[in-house]
Design a protein around this ligand. Structure first.
Ligand code: SAM
Length: 291
């Protein structure tokens, strides 16, 4: 019997089902990457939850879709998540979209999926672009085993801890980074990992897409001159598995201060240096060594 669609279509999950959350991947730069199925889903669900309703509203209108929207982002995810789940439990269908790429990957979608799982709400995905996976595939580095780290923490002590943990990582590492933090991150990576291969994947799927396959030293050098622009995914080569420990890892604060003083620093300068090393305010160190 002949049908319009190939037989394999009968295996597909296409119908929009009430009470279901759809994670709809949106383009990471190139509008043509919004899939046919994503358009269908966005057109047919009861409402769309979006990280930024203005951004996503523009995307939807490019495809002639007009839908009731609710915002769901980092700062309202707790109470808004409950509202969305109540509507799902009442039988409505919802598409979750974020600013770009796959919802729940380095954005608040993660919490909504968890909440749905806890409340027995079915969740399904309409896959598409994800910056991390695309960058990994393009990097030219080992793809067999990898670890996704998203954004490194910004507070110094947390960042140091994270990097120290990663220093023993054998798998290829995937990091997201904003342009204004790129130089600092490259310097921190070089300091932690030494010179090793890195691929800087910039503006993927956009007009100025660039895959810069290089070493950490060369990347630091390049970006001394060059202004970082656009969005980056950093793909870093894995190591031999030897964890790097900072020299003060087993020192008490007092021993750490004494270490600098033995090198000729005044107590005040040693206190400042210790605070910098540990990423804490200097009065905290001062208090510790004077009580
Ligand atoms: N959920 C998204 C995904 O699936 O990739 C990631 C969201 S995260 C908040 C945003 C980060 O993804 C950016 O800071 C950048 O590191 C990376 N990114 C997004 N689009 C990109 C692109 N076109 N090229 C390179 N990196 C991109």
């Amino acid at each position: 019997m002949s049908t319009n669609k190939p037989a394999i279509d009968r295996e597909e999950k296409n119908a929009i089902v009430g009470g279901t959350l759809y994670l709809v991947a949106t383009p990471i730069g190139n509008l043509a990457d919004l899939s046919e199925r994503a358009i269908k889903t966005l057109s047919e669900v009861d409402f769309v939850a979006a990280e930024d309703t203005r951004n996503s509203g523009k995307l939807l209108s490019c495809f002639g879709i007009s839908k009731p929207m609710v915002s769901y982002h980092e700062h309202n995810k707790k109470e808004r998540g409950e509202g969305i789940v109540s509507r799902l439990l009442a039988g409505e269908s919802c598409a979750l979209v974020t600013d770009a790429g796959t919802p729940a990957i380095s954005d608040p979608g993660e919490d909504l999926v968890r909440l749905c799982a806890e409340r027995g709400v079915p969740v399904t995905s309409v896959p598409g672009a994800c910056a991390a996976v695309n960058a990994l595939a393009l990097s030219g580095l080992a793809t067999g085993k990898f670890v996704f780290e998203g954004f490194l923490p910004v507070p110094k002590s947390e960042r140091r801890e994270r990097l120290e943990e990663l220093s023993g990582e054998k798998r290829t590492m995937i990091l997201y980074e904003a342009p204004h933090k790129l130089r600092t991150t490259l310097n921190d990576l070089l300091e932690t990992f030494g010179n090793r291969k890195i691929a800087l994947c910039r503006e993927l799927t956009k007009l100025n897409e660039e895959i810069y396959r290089t070493t950490l030293e060369a990347a630091v050098e390049t970006y001394r001159e060059r202004e970082p622009r656009g969005e980056y995914v950093l793909i870093l080569e894995g190591g031999e598995g030897k964890k790097k420990e900072c020299f003060f890892a087993h020192m008490t604060v007092e021993e750490h201060v004494a270490h600098y003083m033995a090198g000729g620093m005044s107590k005040m300068d040693a206190t400042k240096a210790v605070a910098k090393d540990r990423g804490v305010p200097k009065n905290e160190i001062y208090r510790k060594i004077n009580t």
